[in-house]
Design a protein around this ligand. Structure first.
Ligand SMILES: Cc1cc2nc3c(=O)[nH]c(=O)nc-3n(C[C@H](O)[C@H](O)[C@H](O)COP(=O)(O)O)c2cc1C
Length: 316
């Protein structure tokens, strides 16, 4: 196949999102062998059989061809490093990796999303790869989120929104495909019950934002403005009101001189602790369906957007 066409073929194949596995076996000399493979798939339910393909020039081709068994370790979302080490030239791919022993000494990697232990039953030639078919003798499945490989890169899955989530929206249009309205709507819907709680207690939202920010660390007025991104006049009146209510106070500047710093008073800190419990309960509720790793990724993405847009230079 010409070079250009071959690149296109790879790109087309890359559109098929797969999981990532490490297929392992035990060589006749007792060595543990393994490589990263995303060609794994189910072949038959009854009897239970799976398949994967191995390139003919793999340094371990002969070991797998002769092996009576192999194990398929389906990697979890936090095992990218495992995938990388089993796809690279590394002195000992198993070094420091927590493993147990399965049937016929098969190396089973700890912390995987699923594991299949197989009897190596068929091998078919398929161009520059060989297709191995295994009869599943034993398997294990965990609650861990699986790692995904798509378009030549590692990724993770996000649960699909319910069918009626897009009701009344224009598919691919401003409302459901443009980041700003998505963020704005998510922000409003997410915040609504919490902001209702604040208003029932007579606490203005801006006061909560300033107070919660100061509960993490003392800030100068300019640092506060930089973090919160609130218009200057609203920020100043909010600071004044919180000061009057004894929620925040001035602290001595750091070192010699510098701008005065604002801190939470004990009264302010108590209020933050109470309200933070309500805010955290809301967050736990909203993110309940999202696995922990995806929650972290979602927050990482938002932090990355913010730091790219805001720059990293905080005022002093
Ligand atoms: C995500 C991913 C999937 C891969 N899938 C396969 C595969 O299905 N079959 C294969 O032979 N190589 C696959 N590879 C490449 C091998 O892992 C890599 O060439 C490795 O160095 C082979 O090791 P070996 O020569 O020791 O067998 C994959 C690599 C990555 C990163």
């Amino acid at each position: 196949m010409p070079e250009v066409q071959s690149r296109g073929f790879r790109a087309a194949l890359g559109q098929f999102a797969t999981g990532v596995t490490v297929v392992t076996t035990r060589a006749s000399n007792g060595d543990r062998i393994g490589l990263t493979a995303n060609s794994f798939n189910s072949a038959s339910l009854d009897p239970p059989m799976v398949l994967w393909s191995l390139k003919n020039d793999s340094q371990n081709f002969n070991v797998f061809a002769a092996a009576g068994h192999f194990a398929v370790n389906v990697l979890a979302a936090d095992q990218v490093e495992v995938s990388q080490r089993f796809s690279r030239e590394v002195e000992d791919r198993f070094a420091g990796l927590e493993c147990s022993e399965g049937i016929a000494g098969l190396p089973l990697i700890a912390g995987c999303a699923a594991t299949f232990q197989c009897r190596n039953v068929h091998r078919y030639s398929g161009g520059d790869h060989a297709i191995f078919v295994g009869e599943v003798l034993d398997f294990e499945v965990s609650e861990r989120v699986a790692l995904v490989f798509h378009r030549g890169d590692y990724t993770i899955t996000l649960p699909r929104p319910p069918d009626d989530a897009g009701h009344g929206e224009i598919a691919g249009g401003y409302v459901d495909d443009f980041l700003l309205p998505l963020l704005a709507r998510a922000y409003r819907l997410f915040g609504l019950p919490f902001y209702e709680h604040l208003s029932e207690r007579g606490i203005p939202r801006d006061e909560w934002r300033v107070l919660a920010t100061l509960s993490d660390q003392s800030c100068t007025r300019d640092e506060l403005g930089w973090v919160i991104r609130m218009p200057d006049d609203i920020l100043d009146s909010t600071i004044a009101s919180l000061r009057t209510h004894g929620m925040i106070a001035d602290a001595r500047p750091r070192g010699d001189g510098g701008a005065p710093r604002l801190v939470c008073t004990p009264t302010g800190s108590r209020r933050v602790i109470e309200l933070l419990a309500v805010a955290k309960a809301r967050e736990a509720d909203v993110l309940a369906d999202l696995p922990e790793l995806e929650q972290q990724d979602f927050k990482r993405m938002l932090r990355s957007i913010i730091s790219r847009l805001a720059g990293s230079q905080r005022p002093r």
